[in-house]
Design a protein around this ligand. Sequence first.
Ligand code: HEC
Ligand code: HEC
Length: 462
Amino acid sequence: MMRQSIASLTEKISFRIGLLIVIALVILAVSVLWISRSEPAADDQLADLLRQAGVVQLDFGPVQDPAQVALGQSLFFDKELSGNRDTSCATCHHPLLWTGDGLALSLGTGGDGLGPTRVKGDGRAFVPRNAPEVFNRGAPEWRTMFWDGRIIAQDDQTLLTPAGIMPLTQINNVTAAQAMFPPTSADEMRGHPGDIDVFGEPNELARIDGDDVEAIWAGLMTRLLAIPDYQPLFQAAFPDKSLDDLTFHDAAKAIGAFEIAAFTFTDSPWDQYLAGDMSALSDEAKQGAILFYGNAGCVRCHSGNLMTDQQYHNIGVPHIGPGKDEAGVDNGRFLETENPADQFAFRTPPLRNVALTGPWLHNGAYDSLETVVRHHLDAANSLLAYDMSHLAPELQITCRGDAAMQEAILETLDPLMLAPTPLTDAEVGQLLAFLHALTAPSATSLAHTLPDSVPSGLPVRD
Ligand code: HEC
Ligand code: HEC
C-alpha cells in the first residue's frame, strides 16, 4: 500500500515535470519565433525610413595634420588668447564637460571657476547664448557655424563671416573660420577697455576698436609669437611659411584641426548601427529611431547625416538672458537677415552625444532631455507653461515670460510646431532611448585631451 502510493506519487511528479518541460519548450520556441519575426520587422521598417530620409553613415572627415593638431591643442587650452589672460576656448568648451560648459549661458572673461559652479565677474554680463558642443565638426557636410549661422559656406568657395567674405584659400573650413571670432568678442575673451590682465598689466587687446578685427588678430599673433615655445610649434604646423608670414588664420586652422581630431567619434550605437551592426541598438532605441524618422517627425529638421538641416526654426524657446540687441532681445537668425520670418529662429542643432551636453537649446532653457523632447511635442503650451525654477537666480531675473514676449515668439513659431505631436509616455521613453544611443562610449571621458601645460605657462586645469 505504502510502496504503491510512493510509486504512483513518483509517477505523478515525473509526469508533471515532463509537462512543465514541454510547456517551457513551447514557450521558448514561440518566443524565439516571435523575436526572430519582430526584429527584422523593426530593422526593415527603419531601413525604409532611413532610405526615404537619405540618411547613411556620417563621413567624419579627413584625418588632420598632426603638427597642426599639436599646435591647436596648445592654443585651445591657452588663456593667452584672451585679453586678460584668464579665459581659453576650453573655459566654455571643456573636455571634462563634454566640450560645453554645463551652464545655461556662458560666462566669459572675468568669471571664476569651471563648469556649473563658475561665477560671473563683477560688472560682467552673461554671454547671451549657450555654448554648443563641438563634436564631429570635421564632417564635410558642415556649412554653418553658430546658433544664428553667422558663418556660412557659400557655393563659390568662400565663407560669409562677421568679418566679411573669407576665401577658402585663406581658411580651410567653417570650423577653422569660427575659431577666429571668440578672441574678438569683448565679453567672451577680449575684455573691455580699461581691463587689466591676471598679472595686473594693461590689456592691450581690449583697447582696440571691436570692429577692427584685423588689428585684434595681429595683436594676438604678436602675443603668441613672443612666447618662445610657440615658435617651433607654428613652424612645424606651417613649414611653408616664415614666422613673419603667419597670421591668426593659421592659428585658427590649427585650432580647428585640434577640435576635429580630438572630438570626432564614430562609435555610438547609432553610428555602429548605420555601419551595419544591427545588434548595436536596443529594441527600445530602434522603436525610438522609427518614431524619430517617422511619426514623431523629428527628421523634418534634424535631417541628413548630421541630424540637422542647418536651417533656422523658431520652436518657441522661452526667452532667457541679456539678449543681443539694445532692447535686450535675442532675435536669432533675424539678426543676420532682418527677415521678419526669421524672428527667434535658431539653427537646428546636431544630436550626436546630445545626452551628455545639457543644459539644452540656444539659451540652456531646459536642464532635462525629457523636457526638451516634450517641449517639441507641444511647443506653444510648453512656452506658456515654462517653469524657470531650476535656473540660477541670476538667470531667473533675466527671463522674459511676459505676455508681449510670449506673443512675439509665438507669432513666428515654425509651422511644423503648430500642431502638437501626441505621443504616449512609452513612446517618449523610446525617443529618449534613441537619443541616448547617439552617445559615443569614447566621448564619455575626454580627460586625455587635456595637455599638461601650454607654452604661455598659464594654468590649464581651472
Ligand atoms: C565665454 C565662453 C566661450 C569661449 C571662451 C569660447 N566659446 Fe565657443 N561658443 C560659445 C558660445 C556661447 C557659442 C554660441 C554663440 C552663438 O552661436 O552665437 C559658441 C560657439 C562655438 C562654436 C560653434 C559651433 C556650431 O556648430 O555652431 C565653436 C566651433 C566654438 N564655439 C569653438 C570655440 C573656440 C575654438 C574657442 C576659442 C578660440 C571658443 N569657442 C571660445 C562660448 C564660448
Ligand atoms: C521644426 C524643426 C524641428 C523639429 C520638427 C524638431 N526639432 Fe529638435 N530642435 C530644433 C531646433 C531649431 C532646436 C534648437 C532651438 C533653439 O535652441 O532655439 C532643436 C533642439 C533640439 C534638441 C536640443 C539639442 C541641443 O543641443 O540643445 C533636441 C534633443 C531635439 N531638438 C530633439 C528633437 C526631437 C526628439 C524631435 C522630434 C520629436 C525634434 N527635435 C523635432 C528643430 C526641430
